[in-house]
Design a protein around this ligand. Sequence first.
Ligand code: NAD
Length: 360
Amino acid sequence: MKNYNIITLPGDGIGPEITTSAVEVLKEVSRHSELEFTIIEKEIGGKSIDLYDTPLTNDTLEACLSSDSVFLGAVGGPKWDNVEHDKKPEQALLKLRKSLSLFSNLRPANIFKALVHSSSLKPNIIEGTNIMIVRELTGGIYFGSPRGLEADRGWNTLEYTKKEVERIAHVSFKLAQSRSKNLVSVHKSNVLESSQFWQNIIHDVHKNYPDVMLSDMYVDNAAMQIIHNPKQFDVIVTQNLFGDILSDISAMITGSLGMLPSASIGDNFSMYEPVHGSAPDLAGKNIANPIASILSIAMMMGISFNEKTIESNLHQAVSDSLDAGYGTPDIVNDKNKNLSTVEFTELVIENYRKLLTNKD
Ligand code: NAD
């Protein structure tokens, strides 16, 4: 038996409901494998403010620092809109990412066959899309100094060090190796020295991964190409600001915000979370889409625990559930196929079980 210590941070709004789905899936995975999960729940965000007057306590941070992986639900909501800036629920996320040094943010955008018609793009453009965007998460213009704001000017600094680019490059090449071996490095090297530097380092690191095809693309062209022909991409690696924008563009091709998982990875720690927020409009109603959470757990299995078969079976179980026409209200209108968060989670778990039985 392999034992992994997982911290769950349900947070606010729909966070607790979709975290329950994630935990149920973890328990099911454990029932059918040699994996044992010790799951410990801690507070974060608005809930933590209410209890301890801070969005992230040392107790929660320490627990994450001694974990094998972290699952985060969502933080924030109107109740905490007026608290002072440093105490806002979202500050907990930034502090956590920085403290765990989660420098690479992985956001897959792929289309489930059953949902091809939910996208704002034409089915023939998006069918078969499977992109992984790797966004550098702890450097670049978001963190560079000097920075400042005065009455007649505002400024930021875009800087990358060799170490920062090298480590994200290695993550991206390794990911590409495990997929279709195609990496596109997105930057703006025709205008920015920091991008020229980025390009040089990425090409240096490429020498270690000769089996991966590397190409360069300017960020303005990449934004257009993701919409024009998303199927051309396998893995995209890019800087913090460009990744923020491109991952939202690619998210739009998948249909619903409730579908998108993410992973934030560092050298020693990892955190998995749905891309969506706390959806206060849905909280407590048992109608939130749990797919982003379930797929975040699938990513945890594949990336942090190297359990690729479990990862692909969970993905398949979600796909089978959608193929049968079922879904939460954000993706399915048919009253007879419209399921609650709990019911859809149970259906995915049932399909996961079926997959394993059929393979025996
Ligand atoms: P949101 O993602 O919470 O909601 C946007 C829209 O998507 C809403 O209509 C919501 O109902 C829908 N939606 C979101 N998740 C869904 C799901 N699982 N199933 C079905 N529909 C879903 O974004 P927002 O409304 O801009 O923000 C609400 C709060 O969440 C804010 O306080 C914001 O700061 C916070 N937030 C937190 C995170 C995070 O914790 N990582 C990320 C984004 C926003």
